[in-house]
Design a binder for this molecule. Structure first.
Ligand SMILES: Cc1cc2nc3c(=O)[nH]c(=O)nc-3n(C[C@H](O)[C@H](O)[C@H](O)COP(=O)(O)OP(=O)(O)OC[C@H]3O[C@@H](n4cnc5c(N)ncnc54)[C@H](O)[C@@H]3O)c2cc1C
Length: 369
């Protein structure tokens, strides 16, 4: 029967870190699942830094070895100009967990998808979720690629679609945006030797992030408010001007050639409750982290792990599985919010500028959680 081929206990929409961590966990618990991923092959996404304190979790997930692959780089510390004109250096050598990792993100997404494919569960690659209908007991998901449409049936659906939270949108559930920070990201070639470090520098209109990409190429990102961004055709000039306003980075990157700039939302957002009848959200679909935390990928993997166990428990009759999941992920998010407020409050040089006046205060963060 055609339909039986497309019947699962759980459909996971989104094949990024959160979706794959969920799928691997469900597979290990003996749950029949499938993954639906809009991209035919992995694309290069923004976000590569994994801090040293993520290692215990990566070990627990069984994927530390993927990150130790030689295609990923090691980084030994951060340089930051934040809160004063001085450049501070933090070396991880004194950290008991040692160095962090700078992922080759495309390779990492490929590694994760290969790991999932080794479980022999179904992978609908290049298929986009078009519609979800939640019936009394079953979920129907209609997925499409350029040439065909399929109807999948399941007991449960997972939203692992990233910031857009596409499954939640089908259920008319909106994420709350706690700020309107945007990122402009681009790569720059340089003839200078690039240290294995991340550099961060605050300016009046936001902050810069620079990380090594290859031996002679860096990834640069400027984080600012959406309303401070100019018209598209003026973006490169705007970024050149903003770089000139830095005290330290402008010395290292005096003249830069900017080719393609990607602009995307990069603020904090969250669902009020990360689950409902027949659905649960993991990764950025549930909680999106400000990149200053370098916590998005780790959190996506962790929520996939805890979310996968919660769904397996629920399908095995444990009603308390979802409140427990919510408790774990909400606690992590609350701890992040507290650190985020402290981090932004350290910067007092431009308190009245639009960007810094827009940062969440402790009271606002507390009112949200
Ligand atoms: C500028 C920037 C810098 C960042 N820097 C860092 C960093 O240094 N360190 C860090 O840890 N994190 C960083 N992050 C965050 C990190 O990239 C995300 O938290 C992480 O990718 C979340 O993983 P995810 O699996 O939840 O979502 P995603 O990685 O976004 O995966 C979602 C997947 O769902 C698929 N999808 C979406 N809609 C559909 C649909 N309708 N049908 C089928 N498939 C669909 C997409 O194609 C995608 O593959 C950064 C983010 C930004 C924007």
């Amino acid at each position: 029967m055609e339909n039986d081929k497309h019947t699962y206990q759980v459909i996971i929409v989104g094949g990024g870190p959160a979706g794959i961590a969920t799928a691997i966990t469900l597979h290990a618990r003996g749950i029949r699942c499938c993954v639906v991923e809009a991209q035919e092959t992995p694309i290069r996404k923004s976000g590569e830094a994994i801090p040293p304190n993520a290692k215990p979790l990566l070990k627990q997930l069984g994927i530390l070895s993927l990150i130790e692959d030689e295609k990923h780089q090691i980084y030994y510390g951060n340089k930051s100009c934040w809160g004063s004109d001085q450049l501070d250096q933090k070396e991880f050598i004194s950290d008991r967990l040692g160095h962090g990792f700078l992922l080759d993100r495309l390779h990492f997404e490929t590694q994760l998808q290969e790991l999932y494919q080794s479980t022999n569960n179904t992978f609908y690659k290049g298929f986009k979720l078009k519609k979800v209908v939640s019936g009394e007991t079953k979920i129907k998901a209609i997925i499409e690629n350029s040439s065909e449409s399929k109807t999948l049936t399941s007991d449960f659906i997972i939203d692992a679609t990233g910031r857009k939270a596409s499954v939640c949108r089908h259920f008319n559930i909106q994420k709350e945006n706690l700020d309107t920070q945007f990122a402009c990201t681009f790569n720059v070639k340089t003839s200078d030797k690039i240290p294995n470090q991340i550099s961060v520098e605050a300016t009046e209109n936001g902050w810069w992030y620079v990380a090594p990409y290859t031996e002679n190429e860096v990834t640069m990102m400027f984080f600012t408010l959406k309303k401070l961004l100019p018209k598209k055709e003026q973006t490169k000039t705007f970024l050149q001007d903003e770089l000139q306003k830095t005290i330290h980075l402008s010395k290292l990157f005096n003249t830069i050639q900017i080719d393609t700039v990607k602009i995307m939302p990069a603020g904090t957002s969250c669902l009020q409750i990360p689950y409902g009848k027949n659905w649960l959200a993991v990764g950025d679909a549930a909680y999106s982290y400000d990149p200053i935390s370098s916590y998005g990928i780790t959190s996506a993997l962790a929520s996939g792990f805890y979310g996968g166990h919660a769904v397996a428990d629920y399908l095995n009759g444990k009603q308390e599985a979802f409140p427990t999941y919510r408790y774990v992920v909400e606690n992590a998010f609350r701890a992040y919010m507290e650190k985020l407020v402290v981090q932004y409050q350290l910067e007092k040089r431009w308190e009245l500028s639009d960007y810094w006046a827009n940062r969440l205060s402790y009271e606002e963060a507390q009112a949200k959680f």
